[in-house]
Design a protein around this ligand. Sequence first.
Ligand code: AHM
Ligand code: MG
Length: 323
Amino acid sequence: MSRIITLSEFILDRQHEFPHATGELSRILGAIELASKVVSREVNKAGLAEDILGAMGSENVQGEQQQKLDVVANELFMNAMKGQGEVAGVASEEDEHYVVFETDRAKQGNYIVTMDPLDGSSNIDVNVSIGTIFSIYRRVSTGALKPEDFLQPGTAQVAAGYVVYGSSTMLVYTTGHGVNGFTLDPSIGTFCLSHPDMRTPEQGKIFSVNEGNYNDFSEGVRTYIDACKERRYSARYIGSLVADFHRNLLKGGIYIYPGTTKAPQGKLRLLYEGNPLAFIAEQAGGMATDGSQRILEIQPEQLHQRCPLFIGSKAMVEEAAKA
Ligand code: AHM
Ligand code: MG
């Protein structure tokens, strides 16, 4: 049997690749790993918790109100980030404002995290894959945590990753030195390296887009979708960005959430959906644009800013952006 490499071992082994190798980033990644295992457990028993136990009343056996899974995931990740002292604050899709953990600068961490704790909200209650997405940045301000700490372009990310809660739970991350994927072995509760040095095919045959919005897309996007059909590419759209992105990363393909006439900036959020996945896509040899600009170079102006997203295999993203 070949030796199993656990995520914890891997993070420590690669610590030297990081210019500020003090162990802080490793501890943050370790905290994310732990929180994602707990979320994975909660996701797996979601039907039980909400339908069967919930049928006994809206309170659980301890007399507490049942909480929605996205709220639970947000709390779990927030607590994990707060608990280990390296993270000064977190911007989450679930919270309107960023959360500051400690007001005394001397005690504040050097990093900030942006995250979508449970992405794919329409799939949470219907037993379809969902995910967590995160980005880690070094803070740039010196005094109290400021908006500019969160409004950094994606090129400033020091690490980014996602967890997909699918037929198995996988954690995929990058620190800018390639992309590695780990599968959770539930029998031992450990993420094990299963997809070392992930590379995405230059060209794929899958296109993922919500075609229900076709009539609201620009002519260019419609032309590209028509070309995909002309070539008999496969249409695959789960409606969970992480799961759609993950499949296309492995098999080759493009995910598109363009602007529409009603929503010119599309639906997805730059800080915790576009940027982290764009970092991973590029590190795996793929590409991500908003149709005209590299996602990672967009200067964010708002925490929950939206951006059109064309992401995946390089040749496909180039062609779609040109159309
Ligand atoms: P969410 O953060 O509320 O879950 O929204 C993001 C999700 C993505 O995971 C998914 O790709 C997209 O929204 C699906 O949107 P639509 O239903 O418009 O196709
Ligand atoms: Mg989301």
